[in-house]
Write a protein that binds this ligand. Structure first.
Ligand SMILES: Nc1ncnc2c1ncn2[C@@H]1O[C@H](COP(=O)(O)OP(=O)(O)OP(=O)(O)O)[C@@H](O)[C@H]1O
Length: 450
């Protein structure tokens, strides 16, 4: 794990986390989990979780959503100390578990368990169901052998399986039943907290509801607290009390589920929700198309993590009314310039020699044609593009980026946002637009995409 971290303002440092009526079980402060690459990329780590601060309240289900690769699983695993935190704290009932090791960590693990997405691969096919569910009891040397067997049989009842299943093998069960086995195993040591990592994504739709119902029943029966990681926003809306929206290792927004779904604050949440088909055709919701892919988590933007794709990105005064497609092209150009700046030239040359030409690093004329060929580019924009092109031809991407940022840059590219309370009730969003200096997110999205 790398120690390359920088301090960022967190909700704890703003005035938004001062509610007194909540019963916090897990308190996460400026948590970072970086993966080192063993030197392959010059020692630049993947910043899978890059400074998140939030809490999980006793007995609640907190949803964690976001695109593939944004760091959800890494965050869930770090909360359980299955990954080492690079920096920050995870306080579990007041104890910072990132500093636990050896016997203390082993003992603490009883409290916190995980259910994985894929019941096909997460169960050992050579063990019987009884052995699988009993394993955590064996590892923790729980009571007597006979008591363990009794406990496993009871757990099989609890999750809707039969005691006779004790001697069967996983391959004799369907996907839904296998997930029930995983859940039984998870509950063996009576944990307080369970990370559910996409627990129904691999299951048939017809079975998903059964497992969701089971998870809800178990939560009521045993007073469990869940972190529910999911892609499927409709499932999240159904089961979660609050939701945290993650992007590129950051929590962009967190708030009560219904409020977040009906009145999202952050442009990224708007974009995610916009991608869900609206079941009610009378509801008029903006359609926002997210362009491009998230940046490489080794090289996140220095300002807002979402700045390169944000549909509500703050623009310089002179370019408020610039055509949206042209802005998208300019954003892509900036990404390409950054990539070129990072790429080792010898690697680029070798790549060209192997594949003939590498379009991502084609000539500046080709790139401009691809990005702006079909668009009407105002002359003042064209003259800046020409200046950028001159620096690119001279292989001076840094200077090209300086020219770009001086002309087209804004606070979104230059400075990380801070968290702002929206609507009260612990609803917070990480965006520059939540200050009086800028038009608010709803208004700008309505103007640009309404
Ligand atoms: N062991 C690892 N070593 C290096 N990089 C990793 C490792 N595990 C994850 N990553 C990287 O960390 C980033 C976050 O991955 P993670 O699996 O946490 O995201 P995710 O949101 O859970 O994605 P998905 O929804 O696809 O499961 C990704 O860029 C991923 O490639």
């Amino acid at each position: 794990m790398s120690q390359e971290v920088s301090q960022k303002q967190t909700p704890a440092e703003t005035d938004v986390s001062t509610e007194t009526d909540r019963d916090v079980m897990i308190d996460v402060r400026d948590l970072r989990t970086y993966y080192d690459d063993g030197g392959l990329f010059g020692g630049t780590p993947v910043k899978a979780v890059d400074g998140v601060t939030f809490d999980i309240r006793r007995g609640e289900t907190l949803g964690l959503v976001g695109e593939s690769g944004c760091g959800k699983t890494t965050l869930g695993r770090t909360l359980l100390q299955l990954e080492d935190a690079t920096a920050g704290e995870v306080r579990f009932d007041g104890v910072d578990i990132t500093s636990l090791a050896g016997d203390e960590l082993h003992e603490w693990r009883r409290n916190a368990q995980i259910v994985f997405q894929d019941p096909e691969s997460s169960l050992n096919d050579r063990m019987t169901i009884g052995e699988i569910v009993r394993e955590p009891l064996d590892v923790h040397d729980w009571e007597t052998s006979r008591a363990r067997q009794q406990r496993v049989k009871k757990l099989l009842d609890t999750v809707g399986l039969q005691r006779e299943h004790y001697y069967r093998y996983p391959h004799q069960f369907s996907g839904g039943q296998r997930q029930r086995i995983s859940i039984a195993r998870t509950l063996a040591l009576e944990p307080d907290f369970v990370v559910l990592d996409e627990p129904v994504s691999a299951l048939d739709v017809s079975v998903q509801a059964e497992i969701i119902n089971l998870l809800e029943d178990l939560q009521d029966e045993f007073g469990l607290t869940y972190l529910f990681i999911a892609h499927d926003l409709s499932v999240v809306r159904h089961i979660c009390d609050r939701v945290a929206v993650m992007y590129l290792g950051n929590v962009m927004e967190i708030g009560p589920t219904e409020e977040l779904f009906t009145d999202p604050a952050n442009p990224y949440t708007h974009s995610l929700l916009s991608a869900i088909p609206e079941p009610n055709p009378t509801v008029d919701r903006d359609r926002i198309t997210l362009h491009g892919t998230p940046p490489n988590p080794r090289y996140p933007p220095s300002g807002c993590p979402f700045s390169t794709r944000c549909p509500a990105r703050i623009r310089p005064e002179a370019y408020q009314d610039l055509d949206d497609e042209l802005w998208t092209g300019l954003n892509t150009l900036r990404d390409l310039l950054n990539e070129r700046k990072r790429a080792d030239r010898s690697v680029r040359d070798r790549l060209r020699a192997i594949v003939g030409s590498d379009t991502r690093f084609g000539t500046v004329e080709e790139t401009y044609d691809e990005l702006f060929g079909d668009l009407e580019v105002p002359s003042h924009v064209q003259s800046v593009l020409d200046e950028i092109a001159t620096h690119v031809r001279a292989h001076d991407e840094s200077e090209a980026l300086t020219v770009f940022d001086e002309e087209f840059g804004s606070v979104c590219d230059g400075e990380p946002p801070t968290y702002h309370a929206t609507n009260g009730g612990g609803h917070e969003s990480y965006c520059h637009r939540h200050t009086d200096d800028y038009q608010d997110v709803d208004a700008v999205l309505e103007n640009r995409h309404g």
